[in-house]
Design a protein around this ligand. Structure first.
Ligand code: PFF
Length: 452
């Protein structure tokens, strides 16, 4: 059977952007930007994208498109019989670990969308918002049911294939996400006191730019752009042959950042105009947002729009996460796509329950901890702090030192059709000397060997 590819440059762009845009844009990026000095943090974030994100992303694109294989098969083809294939195996492992907790949070998002449609948030108070969130995450049955629904949706889309599943869905939903986010932005910006929120996001305060902020920016760039775990190898393997890899990487990184900023513009003016303190993570998404949106005219419509766009973001990111082990099972183990989709959904849903039942100390499995962390936190810690930076570092070393420079240049210039001499030389230098050093620092810091 002929291997599928995306059908056009636009399809490549939307699918890859769909992977990058996720929960990270909505509950991580805007808050961290505000907390660490706004414009100053953004400047550092852009440098991290330039020196670490783009080089690793391009490296992954190269590996995927050159071999047209899943992450394990791709590395095996480039260096047969060596241990490099473990990058792919590690990638599949990271994607499972991330999915265990990501599907749990995505389940809450779907549930909140359902509640927003039902009108559950009309006129709620702070205390009620807290109680509702508590009920949603404690369950124990409902969050598991929603996690299963999430996995059923993801598996159904993936089972339909690369073109009829991933491509069709991302091409329809990503533009819709932009429309919904802009509707939320317009409403937020026309609220009294909106400027205070904008100032929180866009102030330029270099005094908040600590070493911790710089490391955060680097980790964020990595997680945001879905790097270090074979996602971009797998998607790269579906790219069209004439796609300009440099162009796609740049467009995706810029559009992803734009989505994060638009999300911040929808969130902070609203939060500030109601005199609330912006909080991080789940608190922001599941308590502050319903609370403030419920107080503005047409707020319920906005809440539906907001949770719908968040569901889209989470779903398209999960498609790329699950595609890593799916493509492996399909191509290396001969399992059909629909069957591989079901197998992965079952694995993720059944182990993911451990995450869902351990989100809080009072949860059913909340008392099962090891070194102070429960299941949820361990899945997150091992994947984000260890496997992703190590995966990225190994990819940078593989591309910079193991593969022949001419081979990379030939692939990236589409066999000499694109004139990339200058950019390629700059890229190759950064990839060899700057990217690995920075990644090593982040990794050593995240496991506590060096401290800033
Ligand atoms: N980029 C996604 C986000 O920002 O939410 C998360 C993610 C997706 C990480 C895919 C890694 C990945 F392979």
């Amino acid at each position: 059977m002929k291997r599928e590819t995306f059908s056009s440059g636009l399809a490549v762009f939307f699918a890859t952007l769909g992977s990058a845009v996720g929960l990270g844009n909505i509950w991580k990026f805007p808050y961290l930007t505000g907390q660490y000095g706004g414009g100053a943090f953004l400047a550092v974030y852009f440098l991290c994208i330039l020196f670490v994100g783009l080089p690793v992303m391009l490296g992954e694109f190269y590996i995927g498109r050159k071999t047209r294989k899943n992450a394990v098969g791709a590395l095996n083809q480039l260096k047969p019989g060596t241990s490099w294939k473990y990058i792919g195996i590690m990638g599949a492992l990271s994607s499972y670990l991330i999915m265990f907790f990501y599907s749990c949070v995505a389940g809450w998002v779907y549930f909140y969308l359902f509640k927003a449609i039902k009108g559950d948030f009309a006129g709620i108070t702070m205390a009620a918002a807290k109680t509702q969130f508590g009920e949603v995450i404690m369950g124990p049955l409902s969050p598991i049911v929603w996690q299963f629904i999430v996995m059923a949706v993801v598996a159904s889309i993936l089972a339909m294939g690369v073109k009829d599943g991933i491509e069709k869905i991302t091409k329809t939903l990503m533009p819709l996400l932009f429309v919904l986010i802009i509707i939320c932005d317009i409403r937020a910006l026309t609220l009294p006191g909106a400027m205070e929120g904008i100032n929180f996001l866009f102030q330029v305060d270099f005094s908040k730019l600590t070493a911790a902020a710089v490391l955060t920016a680097l980790g964020l760039a990595f997680f945001k752009l879905s790097l270090g775990m074979g996602t971009m190898i797998t998607y790269g393997s579906y790219f069209t042959q004439d796609n300009n890899l440099f162009g796609t990487a740049t467009k995706v990184a810029l559009s992803d950042t734009l989505v994060s900023l638009l999300a911040g513009i929808a969130i902070f003016p609203t939060v500030f105009s109601f005199g609330m303190e912006p909080s991080a993570g789940p608190g922001l998404l599941f308590m502050t947002i319903p609370l403030v949106f419920s107080q503005i005219p047409f707020g319920n419509v906005l809440l539906v729009a907001f949770f719908f766009l968040t569901s889209i973001a989470a779903t398209t990111a999960m498609l790329s996460l699950v595609e890593v082990p799916l493509a492996y099972l399909n191509e290396e183990r001969g399992v059909s796509r629909p069957k591989a989709a079901i197998i992965n959904a079952v694995i993720i849903a059944s182990i993911g329950i451990l995450a869902t039942l351990s989100v809080d100390k009072a949860s059913l499995l909340g008392s099962y901890t090891f070194l102070g962390r429960g299941f949820f936190d361990w899945f997150d810690y091992i994947s984000s702090n260890i496997l992703l930076p190590v995966g990225g570092l190994l990819i940078a070393i593989f591309i910079g030192y193991i593969v022949k420079k001419e081979d990379i240049k030939r692939e990236m210039s589409n066999n000499g059709k694109l004139n990339i001499d200058f950019v390629f030389n700059v890229y190759y230098f950064i990839l060899r000397y700057v990217t690995p050093a920075l990644l090593l620092i982040v990794f050593l810091n995240s496991i506590g060997i060096i401290k800033f």
